[in-house]
Write a protein that binds this ligand. Structure first.
Ligand SMILES: [Zn+2]
Length: 186
């Protein structure tokens, strides 16, 4: 998927997650915090590609990453997602006192990237280091910008028409975990 596709898809996912009340923090979050965070999160997995937006900015990270794991390797796995969550909460947030809505939106953006790449024929190795790739190739042409935009618009329209009573919440345990560090600082 193209960078534009990932950015659009992440914003659509954020609107959907907010409407579905996936986490209380996202439901009451500040859009001026969440939009930049979800956009950044949606670009992070492609740090393993030196030609990507972040890969070009941080070649010192992208070059060794692409050599070691290849494109759509480690950074496109649940292990990397969990690693980012732990690193962010234990190292980054305590030092800069970053609010919880930024953290939740960043993770959502990251997750939206993995989901979006699953919609392409190459899929992603969600269970890396296992090699099995997960794919649901709805976007079967390369650089299919029209298709990418269409899916994002579809999600946005779906989100806008979701009745409030359909709001879901992540299992209580995950929510408690996500809330834990935030509550500590309040
Ligand atoms: Zn990717």
């Amino acid at each position: 998927m193209t960078a534009e596709g990932h950015l659009l898809f992440s914003v659509a996912t954020l609107v959907l997650a907010q409407k579905l009340n996936i986490t209380p923090v996202l439901a009451q979050g500040d859009w001026f915090h969440m939009i930049p965070a979800v956009l950044l999160g949606s670009l992070l997995p492609d740090l393993d590609h030196p030609g990507s937006i972040l890969g070009r900015l941080f070649r010192i990270i992208s070059l060794p990453l692409s050599k070691l794991c290849g494109h759509r390797g480690f950074t496109h796995s649940l292990l990397a997602f969990c690693g980012l969550a732990i690193l962010w909460e234990t190292q980054i947030t305590p030092r800069w006192d970053i609010s919880a809505d930024i953290f939740h939106a960043l993770l959502l953006g990251y997750l939206s990237h993995l989901i979006a790449d699953i919609l392409t024929p190459s899929g992603v190795p969600l269970l890396w280091p296992l090699k099995a790739r997960f794919t649901l190739p709805i976007l079967n042409k390369k650089n299919n910008k029209k298709g990418e935009r269409f899916i994002s618009v579809l999600i946005l329209i779906g989100a806008l028409f979701i009745p409030p009573h359909l709001a879901i919440s992540l299992p209580a345990q995950i929510n408690n975990w996500l809330q834990m560090y935030h509550d500590k600082r309040v």
